[in-house]
Design a protein around this ligand. Sequence first.
Ligand code: SF4
Length: 379
Amino acid sequence: MTDSNKVVSAASAATEKDTPARDAPISNSPARLQMSLAAAMTLGLRSGIFYRGATLSCINLLLTYESGCAGSCAYCGLQRQRGGRFSEKSFIRVEWPSFPLEEIIGRIGGHPERVDRVCISMVTHGKAVDDTLAVARSLRPLDAAVSILMAPTVLDRDDIVALRDAGAEIGSVAIDAATEELFDRYRGSAVKGPHKWERYWQCLADAVEVFGERKAGCHLIVGLGETERDMARTIQKVYGLGANVHLFSFYPEEGSALAERQPCPPGQYRRLQLASYLIQNGFTSSEGISYDDSGRISDFGVDPEEVKIVIDSGIPFMTSGCPGKDKLVSCTRPYGDGPPGDIRSYPFTPNMEDIAKIRMELADMGPTPGEYLNMEDNR
Ligand code: SF4
């Protein structure tokens, strides 16, 4: 952990500010955690009902620190350059209110019928590993599986083993960008961020080894400027490593460096959702797929009749996330990467009307990656 040690040190220095003044309200993890608005609704901590009856059985938690996250990812709402208190910043698209850990545990324990998984998202902070371990251990008495969305820059393989021993069942890594160039541009040296492409892939490989095949996951964001060929190859690489792919459609987060960019074109996301399903279920491979001159998918390399059956099932277009006890997906993240009026990852099985819309989107070639980036430049 050479490079990451530097980051740990930098982040550790920041933690000195985290010690709350006497009698000040505790605002740092592990005593307090942020929670997705959808999870807060599931636990009755926020009122509201989900559009079209979507459900969520995974409680998505996020470590929170007054001193913030040491990363500066250009698309993330938590980035350091953005003003405001860290605990009031949103992570992706939706609000992430914070609650005391004790209250969270009490709520989860009080609603075992609603919750079958809890996910702890780390941030890049010197205390993140210890605090994640503390939270994971405190969740052990509950009847819920635990996923950890790991921060590779501040942990090593021994930490992953410790997370597993603390009760985590799945370990995921948000590599997010499909190529090293995009990773550096939006997460690494170009934004003075601490993250390193190789470290993230090593962490994913370690997670597969520690948690087991298909017990590790990789978040990838479609629409950061990569070609569809780039993303299909990265999906193939993740699958080949023994991990599962969790796709997200890029949506501009208010206040982030990419706030002015357009959301991922729908056709691009639909084709990658379908490619991801076909690759991960053995129908095709990134090399078996054909691409046009702009790197857009022109043929999946699968019998059209089979593709039709797969599309009609609607399953490839649902949120890809960690599973539930008896559910394909527990982490449905309702409307986390697109508004209810323009759903990108369906938190339920799409109906016939949805499938008709999805078919049109699949056929919509939209802008090439170059045109898409020009649209951003010309705004
Ligand atoms: S898919 Fe969901 S539950 Fe799994 S690691 Fe990612 S955010 Fe957590």
